[in-house]
Design a protein around this ligand. Structure first.
Ligand code: DSN
Length: 415
């Protein structure tokens, strides 16, 4: 995109947009929740549908002139059903958090009980954090991973559920590198008469491609965001069985949202079409293979991975053993200086703070989109190791930055 018309109106924003494109082209995006959408998805998101109000659902809108909005939303819904095998889909949530809000609003009353994973063990703000509306509206109890293994402690989860008697059990995580036994968590929820919400925000693409276990048809509700591993337009999605469809739809609109972001729904439809192509399965498998290669090479360099590895698109590095004096922020800052963009992250048993935690989280969805394979990801692990080992050494950082430049030139992204 040229941004010529933005430039005529607003050079300051045009400069920022062009600079952001350069930033994405010239750096390695390893924030596990990020990806690079196709030009087709971005074009759809920038379409005239940004102008259209379409409160309601296809065929039942509150405004005139919605025929093309209906076409787009129907396509997004039908493609989502095919991708994930869902009975009912709502593609209107503005984000993953708003998708979760839709389910809570549909099924819970204020004061009801949520059982979810602790944030520092890989959970999410919208699963009941005190700073989030969920923590303020509902009673929350949390479970975690086994501190020794880094895997979900399913027995502890069952025991906590029996004692707490939640109304809803939340699974699906933001920094958990392992596959999830959704059947077992559904069993826990069934035993205590609770609903089960599986939030697959991070793994939507892996689940759609069959390279991660699917909660669809297992959990009562499945939510996700649509711009992470599934690489479509930005926003959220809810999937459920037909029996909950009316409640969920009413909770999203008019319960939690007004007019849907139809331009984003167009981006979702286009991205879902791309994900239905056979190449997407190869992409998703490569994301996981790349994360494994990255993690194994980091381990060869002495880094400690939470759970000892990964089954997904991300690795969670606990720096405390290998680099006890280095915080996650130290590593994040130094790596950003060389063009490797990832995030500091809490780790199970965190001994620092959420703002300056002891770990880093690194994901491979965006690198894989620009063509990285396992050998290139092993090299990225080498580069990360060099920088974290000597993050004050300017000559090391300069050498690594040069190599990042070469890699971004070799694996091109946007024109
Ligand atoms: N911000 C996302 C992440 O990085 O995991 C979750 O919403």
């Amino acid at each position: 995109m040229s941004y010529d018309r933005v430039r005529e109106t607003d050079p300051a924003v045009a400069d920022a947009l062009a600079s952001e494109r350069e930033r994405q082209n010239d750096t390695l995006a390893m924030i596990a929740s990020e990806n690079h959408a196709s030009e087709a998805v971005m074009e759809a998101q920038g379409s005239e549908l940004t102008n259209k109000y379409a409160e309601g659902y296809p065929g039942e809108r509150y405004y005139a002139g919605c025929e093309h909005a209906d076409t787009v939303e129907e396509l997004a819904r039908e493609r989502a059903k095919e991708l994930w095998g869902a009975d009912h889909v709502n593609v209107q949530p503005h984000s993953g958090t708003q998708a979760n809000m839709g389910v809570y609003l549909a099924m819970l009353e204020p004061g009801d009980k949520i059982l979810s994973m602790e944030l520092e063990h890989g959970g999410h703000l919208s699963h009941g954090h005190p700073a989030n509306f969920t923590g303020k509206t509902y009673e929350v109890e949390q479970y975690g991973v086994d501190p020794e293994t880094g895997y979900i402690d399913y027995e502890d989860l069952a025991a906590t559920a029996a004692e707490f008697e939640p109304d809803i059990v939340v699974s699906g995580y933001s920094a958990y590198p392992r596959d999830i036994d959704f059947e077992r968590i559904q069993g826990v929820a069934d035993d205590v008469g609770a609903y089960h919400l599986a939030d697959i925000a991070h793994t939507t693409g892996l689940v759609a491609a069959g390279v991660h276990s699917s909660p669809v048809g297992v959990a009562d509700f499945v939510t996700g965001s649509t711009h992470k591993t599934i690489r479509s337009g930005r926003g959220g999605i809810i999937m459920c069985e037909e029996e909950y469809a009316d409640d969920v739809d009413a909770a999203v609109f008019p319960g939690a949202q007004g007019g849907p972001l139809m331009h984003n729904i167009a981006g979702k439809a286009v991205g879902f079409k791309e994900a239905l192509e056979p190449e997407f399965e190869e992409y998703a498998q490569q994301v996981v293979d790349n994360a494994r290669a990255l993690g194994e090479r980091l381990q060869e360099h002495g880094f400690s991975l939470v759970s000892g590895g990964t089954d997904t698109h991300l690795v969670l590095v606990d720096l405390r053993e290998s680099h006890p004096e280095t915080t996650g922020k130290d590593a994040e800052t130094a790596l950003e200086e060389v063009g490797i963009v990832l995030n500091a992250n809490t780790v199970p048993g965190e001994t620092r703070s959420a703002f300056n935690p002891s770990g880093i989280r690194a994901g491979t969805p965006a690198l894989t989109t620009r063509g990285f394979g396992e050998e290139a990801c092993r090299e990225v692990a080498d580069l990360i190791s060099r920088v974290v080992d000597d993050y004050d050494d300017e000559s090391v950082k300069a050498e690594v930055a040069d190599r990042v430049d070469e890699l971004t030139d070799e694996y091109t992204l946007y024109d």
